[in-house]
Design a protein around this ligand. Sequence first.
Ligand code: ATP
Length: 324
Amino acid sequence: IQKIAVLTSGGDSPGMNAAIRAVVRSCAFHKIKCIGVFRGFEGLIEGDFKTLGPRTVKNMINRGGTFLKSARSKAFKTKEGREKAYQQLQKEQIDAMVVIGGDGSFTGASIFIEEFNFPIVGLPGTIDNDIYGTDVTIGYDTALNTVVEAIDKIRDTANSHNRLFLVEVMGRNAGSIALNAGIGAGAEEILIPEENLGRDRLIDSLKRSKKAGKTSSIIVVSEGDQIGKNIFKLADYIEENLNEYEVRVTVLGHIQRGGAPSCYDRVLASRLGVSAVDSLLDGKSNIMIGISHNQITTVPFSEAIKNSNELDLELVRVADIVST
Ligand code: ATP
C-alpha cells in the first residue's frame, strides 16, 4: 500500500478532525501518501481530492466538525456512481481508504468493497452511539457534555418558575444520549425509544414526584421515542392531564453536533485513526475499528451495521433510582 484516502461521510461529529489528523500523521509515520477526499462519497465520485501532509492537519485536533466536509450522496447508492468513484480512485492510484461515518456510510463502503474488491476500513463517527461493536463512537462523549451543559442552564430557569421542561435530544433510534445525559443532568424522567413506557405511566410518575415535593421537572426525550416523537403534542398532553406545571419545550438540535471535541473524543479518534492505518497495512478490509473495554477491537462491517446495541438495563435502573 502506497496511498491511502480518507473521507468523512453522513452526519458530522466532533472529533472527526482529530481522526483525520491521526490517519494523516499515521500515513506520514509509515511513509505512505495520504489523500483527503472532500464531501464524502459525493466528492469521491467527483474526484475532489487533496494531498494531506502532516502539517496540513495542524490546529485540527481541537476543531469541531470535519474540515474535509461531509455529505450524503444519492449517486453513491447507484452502481454508476460507485463505478465513477472507483475510476477516480484508480486514476489517483489510491490503494485503500478510511471511511469515517455511521452505519449508512459503512453499508455503502461494504457494497463498494464487494463490487471492486477495494480495501476499506471504517471508523465510527457519529454522536448517536448507535453502532454495534464499539462501546462508544467518535463525538458521542462531546455531545453528552454539550447536552448536560445545556440542561444545567435549563434547570436554573425551570427552578425559578416551577416549570416542567421537555428537552429533546438527538440519537435517532438509539436512547444512549438521552439515557446518559439524562442521568448526568439529573433528569426526573428519560424517554427512550428502547423502552416506550407510554404517556399514562409518565403522568403517574410526574404526579408522584409532585407529591414527593418536587417543584420543577426536567424530562429528557430522545428524538426517536414513540411518545416523544411529537414533543409539542406531548407537552400539551402533560399540561392537560397533570395541571400542575407550566410545560415548556426545548429542542436542543444541532448544537449537539458542534463544538470542540472533549479530551476523551480526541484520544479515541487518535487511537482509532492510527489503528485504521495499521489495519490497512496488515491487509485487513471490510471492518470497522472500535473500542471495547478500552481495547481496540475490529468488527466486520456486516455486524457493525446491524445497529442492535442493547439497552443497558443497569443504567436504566440507576436512572430510576437516582430520580426518586
Ligand atoms: P449518521 O449515522 O451520522 O447519519 P451515516 O453514515 O449513517 O451517518 P447516511 O446518510 O445514512 O449517514 O449514509 C451516508 C452515505 O452513505 C449516504 O449518503 C450514501 O452515499 C452512502 N450509503 C448509505 N447507504 C447506502 C447503500 N445502501 N448503498 C450505497 N451507499 C449507501
